[in-house]
Design a protein around this ligand. Structure first.
Ligand code: ATP
Ligand code: MG
Length: 609
């Protein structure tokens, strides 16, 4: 039942095999064709031997047991045992080979999708939920590998069984063989139709089931409203309709499921009846033997099992093909931001940075930056401030080339930055994000993430510069302390300090910090401030600033509002202008001033230095 339900859920995604998909699936197994050829051969021989055993049985009965020739019985028994041993070896071989082939295909698929996912631009990730994407990739690669292993095995087994059984039946008695063979199409049609109907009913009942769950939630979460408005009667009536529908669909599904096997059995019974009747009649004239009747009955059984299973195999194949198509679609998605073919590696990006009439929008095409221009001298510290949603993070996203301008140019060292390779740019930029991300593992590994050749003492040195050493040293395991998934065992402030240490160690040429708005304690804040200053030394820095201290010390403050520069200047200049910055400063940073002085200061007026 549980299997059925999963299958139905997946039923929504099925696909027919097309030429191009087949070609790509074939390309997937091509490097491992030896394993595949091996397991297919083993399967074919195993299935053929099954049919052969039945034939030996017939010989034992007809030539050994019936005439009482027990020497012959013994001889055949030895053959039988010998072949059985060979078959066991073959069964071991194909199960083993199928296992290996499956793993190889999955390994290849996982590697190529992982590799491609790394190349994809951020825009892809903002359009696709990462969790679901990962789950899909994992289950899809599993299903594709299943198709090429167990799926192929089922099909081969079925074909060989039906073929060999038919051949042996024709050899024993071609007329009766043809009669038995003629029931195959009838069985196929019945199996496929039953399966379709059962699935439809199961799907209906499943949909009703989720509606029922929804009703439960709605009514009992909003129970006050229900009671207050006296909706109980009406709700019960609606609920009864749903449960009635579900009951009917489940009832039909159960009825059809129960009917399927007996139907197959009745049809086979006709075939069996024909065998026994015809065989029995013929045997009176010596044209048909007891062994032959026995063999026919066995062959019929051989044929029926794969056929009644055919519909299941077919449905699974359709799901797997849909999975393959999804994976290929992912692999075919080109990264939005890519290196130009003639891109050069930048020796340095210490030079001037210039945004020249940059327009930018995300996938929804809503303009974010319009005609944005900004020139930054080497070594300058720029503080980007402004209301939330103004476009500050977007500006640094463009600078890091996570996205590229839709119009206009970003120049570094006087060159359009798309003339450089992304690797040579991004490896020289150190970023500490608004929501710092750590990877599960030790603190040490997290700091070393951007420079794997750094020694333990380099890491410690960087942590000291960033001001992270003290709290790290206070942990029981020090630098070997585990940070938990996504760093969730640490506080936001601690995560930022570790990200700072990571940036210090990487020795970037440009430093970018998207300050967290969430408040950290005053001590941590001072530590972060010190770490940032160490990093900003001699580097062009872009700080999206919320901290007063950061802003004040910046060489230039750029107020970003609605995707453009509202104001620009030093702290003192901007305060004197009494414009946007002055308002931001007095409103937004009042709290900080209060905190800094430890008293409530209503209507505080900033001191102009
Ligand atoms: N991936 C995205 N797709 C679509 N729109 C986005 C995306 N990221 C940001 N935006 C939109 O772009 C605008 C600018 O966002 P941005 O993150 O640059 O603002 P911000 O100035 O950094 O704000 P905050 O101070 O809150 O961090 C917002 O309106 C936001 O909704
Ligand atoms: Mg932001």
């Amino acid at each position: 039942m549980a299997d059925e339900l999963i299958e139905i859920e997946e039923e929504e995604y099925t696909s027919q095999l097309t030429g191009p998909t087949f070609a790509r699936i074939a390309a997937l197994v091509k490097p491992h064709w030896r394993w595949m050829a091996g397991f297919l051969t083993a399967i074919v021989v195993t299935a053929a031997l099954d049919a052969f055993f039945t034939y030996i049985n017939k010989l034992i009965i007809d030539n050994g047991i019936v005439p009482g020739n027990f020497n012959l019985v013994l001889k055949y028994a030895v053959y039988y045992g010998g072949i059985q041993l060979v078959q066991s070896g073959l069964v071991f071989t194909f199960i083993y080979l199928v296992g290996i082939l499956g793993e190889r295909i999955q390994y290849d698929l996982r590697k190529s999708t992982f590799n491609h996912l790394q190349d994809l631009s951020l825009s892809y990730y903002s359009q696709n939920a990462v969790g679901r994407l990962m789950a899909r990739v994992t289950s899809d690669s599993g299903r594709v590998s299943n198709l090429m292993t167990w799926g192929l095995l089922d099909v081969t087994w079925a074909i060989v069984n039906v073929l060999t059984s038919t051949i042996f039946m024709l050899i024993i008695n071609w007329k009766l063989g043809l009669i038995v063979f003629s029931i195959i199409p009838i069985l196929v049609i019945i199996a496929v139709n039953f399966r379709k109907k059962i699935l439809t009913e199961f799907r209906k009942s499943r949909r009703n089931n989720s509606k029922i769950t929804g009703e439960y939630n709605q009514n009992f979460q909003g129970v006050r409203v229900v009671k207050a408005l006296g909706r109980e009667e009406e709700n019960l009536r609606e609920f009864s309709i749903l449960t009635d529908n579900m009951f009917r669909a489940s009832y039909r599904a159960a009825w059809l499921s129960a009917l399927f096997l007996p139907t197959v059995q009745i049809i086979s019974a006709f075939a069996l009846g024909a065998i026994v009747w015809y065989g029995g009649l013929q045997s009176q004239y010596g044209a048909f033997t007891v062994g032959s009747i026995n063999a026919f009955v066995s062959y019929l059984t051989f044929m029926i099992w794969p056929i009644q299973d055919l519909a299941r195999v077919y449905a699974e194949m359709q799901h797997s093909i849909a999975s393959a198509e999804r994976i290929f679609k992912l692999i075919d998605t080109p990264p939005e931001v890519q290196d130009r073919p003639e891109a050069l590696s930048a020796d340095t990006i210490r030079g001037e940075i210039e945004f020249e009439h940059v327009d930018f929008y995300y996938e929804d095409r809503k303009p974010i930056l319009t005609d944005f221009s900004l020139k930054v001298k080497p070594g300058e510290t720029i503080a980007l401030v402004g209301p939330t949603g103004g476009g500050k993070t977007t500006i640094v996203n463009l600078l890091c080339r996570f996205y590229e301008p839709k119009n206009g140019i970003i120049r570094i060292n006087g060159h359009d930055y798309t003339d450089y390779t992304m690797q040579s740019l991004q490896s020289r930029v150190g970023i500490v994000l608004q929501t710092p991300h750590l990877f599960s593992g030790m603190i040490l590994e997290n700091i070393r993430y951007g420079r794997l050749d750094a020694s333990d003492s380099d890491v410690e040195q960087a942590a000291k510069v960033a001001g992270a050493h003290e709290f790290i040293a206070s942990f029981e395991k020090g630098y070997a302390q585990d940070v938990g998934e996504g760093g969730n065992l640490l506080s936001v402030g601690q995560k930022q300090l570790i990200s700072l240490a990571r940036a210090v160690l990487a020795k970037p040429e440009i430093f970018i910090m998207d300050e967290a708005t969430s408040s950290v304690d005053t001590l941590t804040e001072a530590l972060i401030q010190r770490g940032m200053e160490a990093l900003m030394q001699g580097r062009t820095s872009f700080i999206i600033a919320h901290r007063l201290s950061t802003i004040r010390r910046a060489d230039r403050i750029v107020v970003i509002e609605a995707g453009g520069i509202a104001e620009m200047g030093t702290h003192a200049e901007l305060l004197r202008q009494r414009g946007h910055y002055y308002r931001l400063y007095t409103q937004q940073f009042k709290f900080e001033k209060e905190r800094a002085y430890g008293v409530s200061m209503p209507g505080v007026v900033p001191v102009i230095k």
